[in-house]
Design a protein around this ligand. Structure first.
Ligand SMILES: C[S@@+](CC[C@H](N)C(=O)[O-])C[C@H]1O[C@@H](n2cnc3c(N)ncnc32)[C@H](O)[C@@H]1O
Length: 390
């Protein structure tokens, strides 16, 4: 596969770490007749206990890590999210917040601080994160930024029952293992990982099963290309089913980079959307040092809407990040921040640009809002609800 940027060589300790994980992957391949589907490879690369990228201890998110997310760019992002939470929490009796995959914990800390300022603290702030390492980082961040609110936060390992409140998930869907497939003139193939003659990991393709072929045909990919590679996320449905089951009443907000289905599976997008992040560099060699880099795919928001509808959730809204933040009073928050931190004017303006400019995160990131037993409005979608596009 093509590497778009030369990648710096990891240090010896990191290489050793990756080698341990590669041995595990090789054993897994041997146990499965010489081949594992890409989704299993991605699952091991990101989440293998003690060795996977998200599980092992290393700075991943933020300017010192491999990639930057909106809550790390600016507290303004989390404050806008908090404004949306206020609207929901004000309608509920003892509503809580559940954040999936809280990363460095910046969003949790800044949301709690903003809710406190507006006397709208939730009953409890639950965090469900698969990574023990990131859970520890989250605790440190909240202790540093909002120590008096730490008692509100509870780390959970399973979904609660009878949840009443708001679920937040920033960049979680893109971190779920995907099926990688290829469409050729007359067949669908599933891509996976096997070993070459030198016992190195290599990509191998196999004819797609009848079931996979049937679900890929639903995507209606209309291409003349002799080889069209893309991804499909099989985890969206079960995940949204489980959210529906756990919820009595409330709202789910999923924030991520992605497209509607027709944009995602556009004829010109012949190489799919799978990318890897390492030290702020982006490339497409997913076999490069497993465990040391992030692997991610964009989100098909039409699939999210279909799965939500199928699960019984109401699909309330779909809007670009910029519109959602502006509708949640980004401008007022920026003005207040500028008044309070006059020496940070330039930084605050740059942060706002990154969060909202179409060429940065403003259009590339979308927010989908799903509800259950909720007959009120959601202000984040009032400005530019593009539900009709899904
Ligand atoms: C791309 S990071 C985003 C982190 C954070 N939300 C942010 O915006 O900075 C993905 C996060 O999701 C977590 N994660 C991935 N799969 C998960 C799952 N199935 N359940 C809970 N957390 C998960 C990872 O450990 C990591 O914290």
């Amino acid at each position: 596969m093509k590497i778009s940027t030369p990648l710096p060589m990891p240090n010896d300790e990191a290489i050793q770490h990756s080698q341990y994980l590669q041995e595990k992957i090789i054993n897994e391949i041997a146990d499965h007749e010489g081949y594992i589907p890409f989704s299993r490879f991605m699952e091991m690369a990101l989440y293998e206990p003690e060795l996977g990228y998200y599980v092992a201890g290393k700075n991943k998110i933020g300017s010192q890590g491999d990639f930057v997310t909106a809550p790390d760019i600016s507290p303004l992002f989390s404050q806008c999210m908090a404004n949306q939470c206020i609207e929901v929490l004000n309608e509920l009796l003892d509503g809580s917040i559940l954040e999936f995959g809280a990363g460095n914990g910046n969003m949790a800390a800044n949301i709690l601080l903003h809710l406190e300022q507006n006397t709208s603290l939730p009953h409890t702030y639950l965090i469900l994160d698969i990574s023990p390492h990131l859970q520890a980082v989250q605790r440190e961040t909240i202790e540093r930024l909002a120590p008096h609110l730490l008692e509100k936060v509870h780390w959970i390992t399973e979904l609660p029952s009878h949840f009443n409140g708001i679920v937040l998930a920033n960049e979680i869907l893109d971190a779920m293992p995907v099926t990688l497939f290829e469409k050729t003139k007359d067949a669908y193939w599933t891509l996976g990982v096997s070993l070459d003659d030198n016992q190195q990991l290599t990509t191998q393709k196999r004819l797609a099963s009848k079931d996979l072929r049937a679900s890929l045909e639903q995507l209606k990919i209309n291409t003349d290309s002799s080889s069209y590679i893309s991804e499909h996320n099989p985890h969206i449905r079960p995940w949204l089913n489980s959210l529906y089951q756990m919820m009595d009443c409330g709202v789910v907000l999923l924030i991520d980079y992605g497209y509607t289905r027709s944009e995602y599976y556009h004829a010109d997008r012949t190489m799919g959307t799978l990318i890897c992040h390492y030290q702020q560099l982006v490339h497409d060699d997913y076999l490069w040092f497993p465990g040391l880099q992030d692997i991610t795919a964009n989100v098909d928001f039409t699939a999210v809407a279909e799965a939500a509808d199928n699960a019984g959730l109401n699909v309330y809204g779909y809007t670009p990040q910029a519109s959602f933040l502006i509708a949640n009073h980004l401008e007022t928050l920026l003005m207040q921040a500028l008044e309070n931190k006059a020496d940070e004017q330039y930084a605050l303006s740059q942060q706002t640009r990154t969060l909202t400019l179409p060429s940065e995160m403003g259009e590339r990131f979308k927010i989908i809002g799903l509800t259950k037993q909720w007959d009120k409005s959601l202000q984040g979608f009032q400005l530019n609800n593009q539900l009709h596009k899904l």
